[in-house]
Design a protein around this ligand. Structure first.
Ligand code: SF4
Ligand code: SF4
Length: 81
């Protein structure tokens, strides 16, 4: 399941450099995660790297991108092929 950023984002910029897939960017009002690039860090790390650095804890699962661990692994392999 890709992650997403909700409206509590304070635009602090802390998460951007943590993402190994360069999935996070500055949006119009809040930062945004490209769900097509987010593997929940599968393939790179055991845990999502963006979530622990987010003070408002506004990085949450994206209900529109429900993916199993296997699907996230396949996504990682496609992104790095
Ligand atoms: Fe990037 Fe990992 Fe956060 Fe997804 S979970 S946005 S891949 S740092
Ligand atoms: Fe927004 Fe959290 Fe990223 Fe800061 S770390 S830019 S508050 S999503």
């Amino acid at each position: 399941m890709a992650l997403m950023i909700n409206a509590e984002c304070t635009l602090c910029d802390a998460c951007v450099l943590e993402c190994p897939n360069e999935a996070i960017s500055e949006g119009d009002d809040i930062y945004t995660i490209n769900a097509l690039l987010c593997t929940e860090c599968v393939g790179h790390f055991d845990e999502p790297q963006c979530k622990p650095v987010c003070d408002p804890d506004c990085i949450v699962p994206n209900p529109d991108f429900v993916e199993s661990a296997d699907e996230l692994q396949q996504k990682y392999e496609m992104l790095t092929a």
